[in-house]
Design a protein around this ligand. Structure first.
Ligand SMILES: [Fe+2]
Length: 334
């Protein structure tokens, strides 16, 4: 009887190891669509978060071809492209940026790992300066509590870097109501305000500040997910965090929280593959009602670019091209 139990436990352990190895080395493409009357023309963004120096393919060619396939108008980087670890190289992050920079506008805001390099030179030496120098050579400027207005689209992109104390473990530290205005200025309410904010815990505060759409990361989907359910644990060591990945709504504001693409300290993902977000932003069409289901099937329209880009259903695509449809995306609620 004990022998049988040991064999069963051994098989279960092997299956778990296989799932972890499989999910830690693949990514899916997840699509979202939103519309707003302030958006002047369709705008498609690809969002990368928490790559942590990971490569998909020798030179990240699997990730690059998945991005290329989406034909985005811009690539948004929601922080933690690298890992803050003494002696860690930036080669993977820089190699990816070098290949992206000539093809797409890049909007890059820091995560806590980029921020840590700057805060603790006694630990990381000149890593922050070295990274900044390499980015400057590539002509890449990060949005550190700055914004850029995309005039033709009616969209303004903000990048926020919140204080390190807001990343404390176990308990969320309250953020004063004027904090975001003090670092970012007032949100431009005449434009559609996209906020790149690595830490999703402060989504209610981002919404109160005036963000229409928040791109976030940091949580890595909770590392291990209960199939069909929640993520297990956040980097702040909170179990089953509310913000664990996906779409969240706060009043009229939406947060799209990426499950990220890489790993670091605990290098596992289980039932939780990496995630590349593709987000379609469209002007609110007159014929669309607030709860209308719209669009063509994502698996028919993906990769094709047409002048009238309809809002697709939300779907997931593996890095290698296999697709599965998700829930139908409702629009008009933003
Ligand atoms: Fe992070």
């Amino acid at each position: 009887m004990i022998d049988i139990l040991i064999i069963i436990l051994g098989i279960v352990a092997l299956i778990c190891i296989w799932i972890i190895l499989y999910d830690s080395n693949r990514f899916v493409v997840v699509r979202h669509a939103l519309a707003d009357p302030r958006i002047k023309k369709p705008f498609r963004a690809v969002v990368l978060a928490d790559l942590h120096n990971k490569r998909y393919g020798r030179e990240n060619e699997l990730l690059l071809s998945a991005i290329e396939e989406q034909e985005p108008d811009a690539v948004i980087i929601a922080g933690d492209l690298l890992t803050a670890r003494k002696g860690e190289k930036f080669k993977a992050a820089l190699g990816l940026l070098e290949k992206l920079k000539d093809k797409y506008p890049l909007y890059y805001a820091n995560g806590n790992h980029e921020h840590r390099l700057e805060l603790y030179p006694e630990v990381y030496g000149s890593m922050a300066e070295d990274y900044e120098k390499e980015l400057t050579k590539l002509g890449i400027h990060r949005l550190v509590n700055e914004h850029v207005s995309l005039e033709q689209t009616g969209i303004v992109v903000y990048g926020v870097q919140i204080d390190r104390k807001y990343y404390q473990r176990f308990r969320k530290k309250p953020m004063p109501s004027d904090y975001l205005t003090s670092v970012l200025g007032r949100a431009d309410q005449d434009k559609y305000c996209v906020l790149i904010a690595h830490n999703p815990d402060y989504f209610p505060e981002y919404a109160a500040w005036g963000a229409d759409l928040v791109f976030s990361g940091h949580i890595h989907g909770g590392l291990v997910r209960i199939p069909g359910g929640k993520g297990l644990v956040s980097p702040a060591v909170r179990f089953f965090p509310h913000y664990d990945g996906g779409r969240f709504q706060e009043g009229s504001a939406v947060m799209l929280l990426s499950r990220g693409l890489g790993t670091h300290t605990i290098p596992i993902r289980m039932f939780n593959p990496g995630e590349l977000l593709v987000v379609e932003l469209a002007p609110a069409a007159e014929e669309l009602t607030p709860t209308a289901d719209v669009g063509e099937r994502a698996d028919e329209g993906a990769g094709k670019r047409t002048d009238e880009r309809k809002v697709p259903e939300e779907s997931e695509t593996s890095g290698k091209g296999e697709r599965r449809n998700g829930d139908t995306c409702k629009i008009g609620s933003v």
